[in-house]
Write a protein that binds this ligand. Structure first.
Ligand code: NAD
Ligand code: TYD
Length: 371
């Protein structure tokens, strides 16, 4: 039986990981450490089948005493580190929290892991898995080859720079102290429980409320999208079979222009609404309920500062070494995601009402409207 400390386990990818892990390894113990920032939501952990194997701790990864106490009291042998500030737009408006959580917070976990696993000489077999992003590699030109694990780091946003910094610290704790680490650098994720400030859930929620779909700049920026369940299967194979000290890129060979994704979401939602009159009654503000296409909501706004043009992952290493490949095609993943947001309206409404969107509209989008 493993005893995992999952940081950020109430956020988007972390909570999906907890569901995934408990479904596959019901005898393991999971201790979730999450500060429940705007992006964390304890409801994301509802419905976990084996919740007697789960302990939720409301706390901050910056709290060294707390983390060390958890290590000792819970006999942790594995860390899966998801906790982070994760939204690029927020990092542009206010980088400080990104430096604190992503850099200092990761270092706090590394220190605790070193103290408990190495310095006390327990000899306990351990693993520190660090969840990172492809954004550390910077931006690609249209014909550049996709990111390899050996691609030099060139982060452009404060978010990407903070994650790059944390990746270097993780590496250094392996090289210098012998901590058994692995790192994964994954492309853009989508799926259930994603906070509706990110492109895909934002568009779904805005279509259902008949609100504009903001496209930054020309909308031709490219991202390489992966369904969240596939990301977590990737993390799982790295935890089980990955070599300590190694990094693995995780991606789906699935490059899309933003504008094309938004059009796909419009098309799939319009089809779904037209199939069922009760949806039209439930979402009376949708363009379809007035006989129009959701594409009429597309609104080009000023571009994001320092906006990376293209990301693409070369997943050759994880595929050849660990036999990993994604299982969910993009269209089926987007359909599943749309269905989830239709079925969980109360979840996203409660979040959107209380927090980010008014703030970002004031600080960012209204300043930048181009048409
Ligand atoms: P998220 O913003 O949805 O969730 C982050 C979670 O971390 C939240 O539950 C939040 O409460 C928690 N948290 C934040 N600061 C904390 C702190 N100081 N102490 C304890 N908990 C804290 O993020 P996500 O999209 O689920 O991303 C998870 C990880 O995956 C991040 O490290 C991110 O960099 C990485 N990643 C994300 C993507 C993506 O597309 N979302 C892609 C690749 C990698
Ligand atoms: P996002 O979901 O914020 O992820 P990331 O910045 O980490 O890639 O954005 C995905 C892409 O969509 C990115 O190129 C920015 C763009 N975007 C928009 O055009 N409009 C929006 O409202 C948002 C949130 C993102």
């Amino acid at each position: 039986m493993k005893r995992l400390l999952v940081t950020g386990g109430a956020g988007f990818i972390g909570s999906n990981f907890v569901h995934h892990w408990m479904n596959n390894f019901p005898d393991d113990r999971l201790i979730i450490l999450d500060a429940l920032t705007y992006a964390g939501n304890i409801q994301n952990l509802d419905g976990i089948k084996n919740d007697h194997g789960l302990t939720f701790v409301h706390g901050n990864i910056l709290d060294l005493d707390l983390v060390e106490r958890l290590f000792e009291d819970q006999n942790i042998d594995t860390i899966v580190h998801f906790a982070a500030e994760s939204h690029v737009d927020r990092s542009i408006l206010g980088p400080d929290e990104f430096i604190r959580t992503n850099i200092v917070g990761t270092h706090t976990l590394l220190k605790a892991a070193k103290n408990c696993w190495l310095d006390k000489g327990t000899g306990i077999p351990h693993r520190f898995h660090h969840v990172s992003t492809d954004e550390v590699y910077g931006s690609l030109l249209p014909d550049d080859p996709a990111f390899l694990e050996t691609t030099p780091y060139a982060p452009n946003s404060p978010y990407a720079a903070s994650k790059a910094s944390s990746d270097h610290l993780v590496r250094a704790y392996h090289e210098t102290y012998g901590l058994e680490v692995t790192t994964s650098n994954c492309s853009n994720n989508y799926g259930p429980y994603q906070f509706p400030e990110k492109l895909i859930p934002l568009c779904i929620a805005n279509i259902l409320d008949g609100k504009p779909l903001p496209i930054y700049g020309d909308g031709k920026q490219i991202r390489d999208w992966l369904y969240v369940e596939d990301h977590n299967r990737g993390v799982r194979v790295i935890l089980k079979e990955g070599r300590p000290g190694e990094t693995y890129n995780i991606g789906g060979l699935n490059e899309w222009k933003n504008i094309d994704i938004v059009r796909l979401i419009c098309k799939l939602i319009d089809e779904k609404l037209k199939r069922n009159d009760s949806y039209l009654r439930r979402f009376p503000k949708t363009p379809v309920s007035k006989g129009e296409s959701s594409e009429t909501l597309i609104t080009h706004v000023a571009d994001r500062a320092g906006h990376d043009r293209r990301y693409a992952i070369d997943p050759g290493k994880i595929s050849s070494e660990l036999g990993f490949s994604p299982e969910t095609t993009f269209e089926s993943g987007v359909r599943k995601t749309i269905d989830w947001y239709f079925d969980n309206e109360a979840w996203w409404r409660s979040i959107m009402d209380k927090s980010y969107l008014d703030w970002v509209n004031k600080n960012y989008r209204e300043k930048g409207e181009t048409d």
